[in-house]
Design a protein around this ligand. Structure first.
Ligand SMILES: [Zn+2]
Length: 277
C-alpha cells in the first residue's frame, strides 16, 4: 500500500478503501488523464481522496458514479471542482437531480444516531448529479485507455453502472457485488438482480479482477457464488409470494441473513403485487 491508501490492483488501476463504510474508490490512470470511480460521502472524505489522488498522479480526472447512494457520489461537489465531467446512469442522475433534498434528509436521519459525524457531513453536502448520463453503455478514452461504462439492468438500484477496463482485465462493480457485508436491498430489484449479475459474468474472464462497492477485490468465483445466492433468494420470493407466505418466514430461511433478506422479500413482494417500488 502507498501512503495515500491506494493499492495497485492491476496495471495502472488503484483502489482506495475508505474506513467509513469500507467504500472503494478506484482510479484508472492513463497517459495524461485519469478516471475516478466513486467519490465517497462527505466534503471532508472527498478532500482526503483528492489529496490521495494528487500524490499518485498529476493528471486531471473524469468522474464516474456507480449509483446514486451517498457513499458513492456525495463527494462529487469537491472532486468535480473546476468543471470535471461526472458520468452516471440516467436513473441515478435523475434521482440526484429531483430528490436531492429528500435523499439527504433520509440518509441524515438514517445515520444520525449511529454515526453523527457522518450524518453532519451528509447534511452539509451540495449534491452534484452526473452531468453526463449513460442509458446502455458509453466508451470513454482515458489517456489512451479505453474504459466502458455499462448498465446491465436493475439490481442494487434502478441505475447501477459497471466500469470495464479491458486492458487491465478488470471490472468495477459498484454495489452490485458486495464483499464487506451482505448485498443491500433498500433500493434494490431483487427479482432482476440475478439476471444483471449473469450479464456481468459474461464480461469476466477466468482471471478478471472485480472491484466491489465495499471490501476487497474479488474474482469471478465470488461473483458466481453471489449470483447463485441472489437466484436462490429471487426464487424464494416468487414461491413465498405465490404461497402467500409471510415475508418474515421467507427471509428467515433465505441467504444473506434474515435482516437483509427481509428488505429484499418486502421489495420483491411489492413488485410482484404491482406496487411501485
Ligand atoms: Zn449502494
Amino acid at each position: 500500500m502507498t501512503s495515500t491508501g491506494f493499492v495497485a490492483v492491476a496495471a495502472g488501476v488503484f483502489v482506495r478503501r475508505c474506513p467509513v463504510l469500507d467504500v472503494n474508490s478506484t482510479l484508472v490512470v492513463g497517459d495524461g488523464e485519469a478516471l475516478l470511480v466513486d467519490t465517497l460521502s462527505t466534503d471532508g472524505q472527498a478532500r482526503d481522496l483528492a489529496a490521495a489522488i494528487r500524490a499518485l498522479t498529476p493528471y486531471p480526472w473524469i468522474i464516474v458514479n456507480t449509483h446514486h447512494h451517498f457513499d458513492h457520489c456525495f463527494g462529487n461537489a469537491v472532486l468535480a471542482e473546476g468543471g470535471r465531467p461526472v458520468w452516471g446512469h440516467e436513473a441515478a442522475a435523475a434521482l440526484l437531480a429531483e430528490r436531492a433534498d429528500a435523499l439527504r434528509r433520509q440518509w441524515y436521519e438514517e445515520w444520525v444516531a449511529t454515526d453523527p459525524e457522518l450524518a453532519a457531513g451528509l447534511a452539509e453536502v451540495r449534491v452534484v448529479p452526473p452531468d453526463h448520463t449513460v442509458h446502455g453503455s458509453a466508451t470513454l478514452a482515458v489517456g489512451g485507455r479505453s474504459v466502458t461504462l455499462r448498465h446491465l439492468g436493475r439490481g442494487h438500484t434502478a441505475g447501477d453502472l459497471v466500469v470495464q477496463v479491458p486492458d487491465a482485465d478488470l471490472l468495477i462493480a459498484g454495489d452490485l457485488v458486495e464483499q464487506a457485508g451482505p448485498p443491500s436491498f433498500e433500493d434494490a430489484y431483487p427479482l432482476e438482480w440475478p439476471e444483471t449479475l449473469a450479464a456481468m459474468q459474461h464480461l469476466l474472464g477466468p482471471d478478471s479482477v472485480v472491484v466491489p462497492g465495499h471490501g476487497s477485490p474479488v474474482g469471478p468465483g465470488f461473483v458466481h457464488h453471489q449470483h447463485t445466492e441472489l437466484t436462490d433468494l429471487a426464487w424464494r420470493i416468487r414461491d413465498g409470494h405465490a404461497d402467500g407466505a409471510p415475508a418474515e418466514a421467507v427471509a428467515a430461511r433465505a441467504p444473506f441473513g434474515p435482516q437483509a433478506a427481509l428488505t429484499a422479500v418486502r421489495r420483491g413482494y411489492a413488485e410482484l403485487a404491482g406496487r411501485a417500488v
